[in-house]
Design a protein around this ligand. Structure first.
Ligand code: NIG
Ligand code: FE
Length: 414
């Protein structure tokens, strides 16, 4: 007997391997199963398909049967790029940017990431946890089941470890799957006298071995930019990370073309993120490496960027594309997965199905979780979002409302 059977629902399975099985309109990229049922046993999806294919009547199949009144079920959403944990906020800087002072200029004057580093260093672990949970709760009210969170506002041993501990506490405090990235190479902290190379040495010699030995993070991230670190410096960091068996990902080509995406591809990175200044040959390299392009429409919007990431080239080369909030206090104070989907469609002209794939299947891939979550498929983790909508395209259509009805994470109803 299955633990639970949901029926009288439609599924947007997001599973490319699934051929549309019955009924209504033509096949589409949501991999829809109309008039469906989905069964859960323990933490796993055990069966899904058209209701008429159920081997017996529902009562004989499951201990608990839930009629969904024609609602839609998708995989729970995945935000694969966030800086959820930080002290303070940057509303003062928001005002400066509105007056026309650029993000990079504010950073050079000691604001930007450095301002949040000061606020994060002076915050207690409890304060950081409480404010991160407040933000996470808003995201979960819109169907978020998995979140990637980066460190990178501590930038010294004590405060980076503090951020990594908060990630573990978030994982324990909420029904959520947390993927942890160590972003020591986010910015040069003030205590290093302008010496980027010696800071990278310290990350390589002290932090990477510690992170690996104590399994404090799932991947190593960096910011490859004129206001961050050079490709040569990131290359050293990534070599050391990989030598310790750690996966890598990179903030690349956000404000200028530095060659970070090609570098990420050479290292077989899980993802390269932002990519507004990506070149055609970089897209080819990402495709060949299987590195996911993570597009961040919230940062594009907040910084009033005019240069679009090269979506057509990414598509032409077959690069998997994920979408994420980039939730952070500076360049993307975005707390809504659904508005992230909306921005991906309206600003980047992704189809609603590609946008949803970007926050389910492709986001899972960007986290190395593509065999675990991000699709409705037998054997996958039972991570479901149940929505009161008439079609899954509505998830990127409405702005500012959450049609979430219920969620299931690892088989637990939330
Ligand atoms: O992804 N680009 C670097 N990191 C963040 C911004 C962080 C900040 O401004 O605090 C980003 O946009
Ligand atoms: Fe970021």
């Amino acid at each position: 007997m299955w633990d639970r059977l949901y029926h009288h629902c439609h599924l947007a399975s997001m599973d490319p391997a699934r051929i549309r099985e019955t009924g209504a309109e033509e096949a589409d990229d949501f991999a829809i199963i109309p008039d469906a049922a989905i069964a859960i046993e323990g933490s796993r999806i055990r069966w899904l398909g058209p209701r008429k294919n159920l081997p017996q009547s529902p009562e004989k199949l499951a201990r608990q049967i839930i009629a969904c009144d024609g609602r839609w079920i998708t995989p729970a959403l995945i935000d694969c790029h966030t800086h959820l944990i930080f002290g303070g906020n940057r509303v003062a800087e928001f005002n400066l940017r509105l007056k026309g002072i650029p993000y990079a200029e504010i950073a050079k004057q000691g604001g930007g990431i450095a301002a949040t580093v000061r606020a994060t260093r002076s915050a207690t672990e409890e304060t950081l946890l409480a404010s991160a949970l407040q933000r996470l709760d808003l995201m979960q009210a819109e169907g978020l089941g998995t979140i990637e969170i980066k460190s990178g506002y501590g930038l010294d041993r004590e405060n980076e470890l503090k951020m990594l501990r908060v990630m573990d506490r978030i994982q324990n405090a909420r029904p959520i799957r947390v993927s942890r990235s160590f972003l020591g190479a986010h910015a040069l902290p003030p205590d290093h006298d302008g010496d980027h190379d010696s800071y990278i040495d310290w990350l390589c010699d002290e932090m990477i071995p510690l992170i690996a030995a104590e399994q404090l993070a799932d991947a190593v991230d960096g910011f490859c930019e004129s206001i961050g670190f050079s490709p040569g410096q990131i290359d050293r960091l990534f070599r050391r990370a990989r030598a310790h068996g750690l996966a890598v990902r990179l903030h690349a080509e956000q404000l200028s073309h530095q060659g970070g995406a090609a570098l990420a591809a050479r290292h077989g990175a899980l993802s390269a993120d932002h990519l507004e200044y990506l070149k055609d040959e970089d897209a080819k390299a990402l495709a060949e490496a299987g590195t996911v392009a993570v597009l961040l429409p919230g940062a594009f919007y907040t910084l009033r960027e005019t240069r679009l990431p090269p979506i057509a080239a990414l598509k032409r080369h077959g690069v998997p594309m994920a979408i994420a909030s980039d939730c952070n206090p500076g360049s993307s104070p975005l707390l809504s997965p659904l508005i992230t989907l909306n921005m991906a469609t309206t600003l980047f002209q992704l189809s609603p199905a590609d946008a949803l794939a970007g926050m389910t299947r492709q986001a899972a891939r960007a986290l190395g979780l593509q065999h675990e979550t991000g699709m409705l498929r037998e054997g996958f983790s039972a991570d479901l979002a149940i929505w009161t909508i008439g079609h899954p395209a509505e998830l990127s259509y409405w702005i500012g409302a959450s049609p979430l009805h219920a969620m299931v994470l690892r088989g637990e109803a939330i």
